[in-house]
Ligand binder design. Structure first.
Ligand code: SF4
Length: 461
């Protein structure tokens, strides 16, 4: 039987099991702490020389001298090899605390290590389990960021991921009097996040392209480029050109995260360049409409963004345009309107070609929807319930989209998801007011005028 056939069968087997069955029948027999992401998945920040296996463990440094002779060490770091050895032996790597906390809620609790493993065939999991932990492993799914250059400075982002955010801090100094931001996201320029500029020799980027040419392009299933805004990096265009001129050499699916806030000439250049790339998927972010979206995602021109999204769907063969909604305290007022706009896009361009996810923001915690008063949460929840009643059985909605909406409604339910302990809440409310009053001054914005539904509550803080 050819390999692809084996993989397809075992993947179908994964899918037919529910998540708990998969944990109990596939993962736990390998070990109580096994997670395939440590072997096959990575995010790598090439601008700062850091990596992690999924978004939960903190990023750690890539060894510069190691990559000079072994480019795969941008993924196969000493830290990950130690974590793999721990997982093979059933020990819990401390960086994966996010999953252990969930699993400690009970034997039946399903953490992300299940979802991050289930996407790979059982053969691949067994191979990871028995491969000596010191061996180098080829990735199957990879997210890379070349640098943090970005023309936006969204309120829930920070200088580590946006050069425009870094410029805000450079020009106006640190945000002050924030007491819940233990990692000091808004108090310095995070210059260690961007060690090199485009054109300057960057050993991490060199190692990536070397590994890509020799090995990575042969087996990698998905390469997703993130940023900053990746289309502002020359390296992204270099990779796009590789895919264009090496068609048939690689089965890797290319995906690009873009804020789609580029001017028309840049958009047209992009449309032209990606025309013949098969299976290309684009991810973009937004979660509200009009001036509210422009307030949250500073730098955005909503009309231009929506127009760019439509043009991309109209004039390219991209497989899908995914809208990633970061659910925060400010977006709930116009989220239903936004979802209706997405439904209209689906009507024109198709159920699968336009998709969305509702990702609940956890950090910075003072921007979480949980800071809102019970009354506001209830109001927003009710409007979303009405939207779900009206459209929940719409044939153009995908199953995960309906599930995400139900999950959000539960999250906003003050009984099902109570406020964090009394100890934290005053700090979060303090930071909400402190942050947005400084954001207004620095960015020439007006919270109360932009969010009239929140103004009375905001003024009491
Ligand atoms: S165990 Fe959890 S935190 Fe660790 S890599 Fe897997 S999914 Fe991520």
């Amino acid at each position: 039987m050819p390999n692809s056939q084996i993989n397809l069968n075992s993947l179908q087997k994964n899918i037919s099991m529910n998540d708990l069955e998969f944990k109990q029948q596939v993962l736990d027999p390998i070990s109580d702490s096994f997670c395939a992401a440590k072997w096959y998945n990575a995010t790598i920040w090439l601008g700062s020389g850091q990596t992690t296996s999924c978004h939960h463990p903190p990023a750690h440094a890539i060894n510069r001298s190691e990559i000079a002779t072994n480019p795969s060490a941008i993924h196969n770091t000493a830290q990950k090899k130690q974590d793999r050895a721990d997982m093979q032996a059933g020990r819990r790597p401390s960086g994966c605390e996010y999953c252990w906390k969930i699993e400690d809620m009970g034997r039946d609790a399903v953490s992300d290590r299940v979802y991050k493993s289930k996407i790979y065939p059982i053969e691949a999991l067994n191979e990871a389990a028995k491969t000596p932990a010191q061996n180098d492993i080829n990735l199957k799914t990879l997210e890379i960021s070349f640098d943090r250059t970005c023309n936006f400075a969204c309120s829930y982002c920070n200088p580590a991921f946006s050069s425009t955010w870094a410029n805000d801090i450079k020009r106006n100094g640190p945000y002050t009097n924030l007491v819940s931001d233990g990692r000091n996201h808004f108090t310095h320029t995070h210059d260690s996040s961007q060690l090199y500029t485009f054109g300057e020799s960057n050993p991490y980027v060199d190692a990536f392209f070397q590994w890509w040419e020799t090995d990575l392009h042969k087996n990698l299933q998905e390469l997703r480029i993130t940023g900053g805004e990746p289309l502002m990096s020359g390296y992204t265009w270099q990779l796009i050109d590789w895919f264009k001129s090496n068609q048939g050499r690689s089965q890797t699916r290319l995906a690009i995260n873009s804020n789609l806030g580029m001017p028309k000439d840049k958009l047209h250049a992009f449309v032209d360049r990606v025309k013949d790339i098969p299976h290309l998927e684009i991810y973009t972010s937004n979660e509200s409409v009009g001036v509210q979206a422009e307030y949250i995602r500073d730098g955005l021109d909503y009309e231009l963004w929506m127009n760019n999204a439509q043009e991309l769907l109209e004039h390219t063969d991209i497989k899908a345009l995914h809208f990633m909604c970061t659910i925060n305290a400010l977006c709930l007022d116009t989220l239903p309107h936004f979802l209706t706009q997405l439904l209209r896009l689906k009507q024109t361009y198709g159920k699968q070609r336009v998709s969305f996810t509702l990702n609940i923001l956890r950090f910075p915690s003072f921007q979480s929807a949980l800071v809102l008063s019970d009354e506001l949460r209830n109001n927003f929840k009710s409007v979303l319930e009405v939207w779900l009643q009206m459209f929940g059985s719409h044939p153009l909605l995908q199953e995960h989209e309906i599930n995400h909406l139900k999950r959000l409604i539960d999250y906003l339910d003050v009984v099902k998801t109570p406020h964090s302990e009394a100890f934290d809440r005053p700090k979060l409310l303090n930071d909400f007011k402190q942050f947005y009053s400084q954001y207004d001054r620095r960015r020439d914005k007006d919270f109360c005028r932009t969010f009239p539904a929140l103004a009375d509550w905001y003024n009491t803080l």
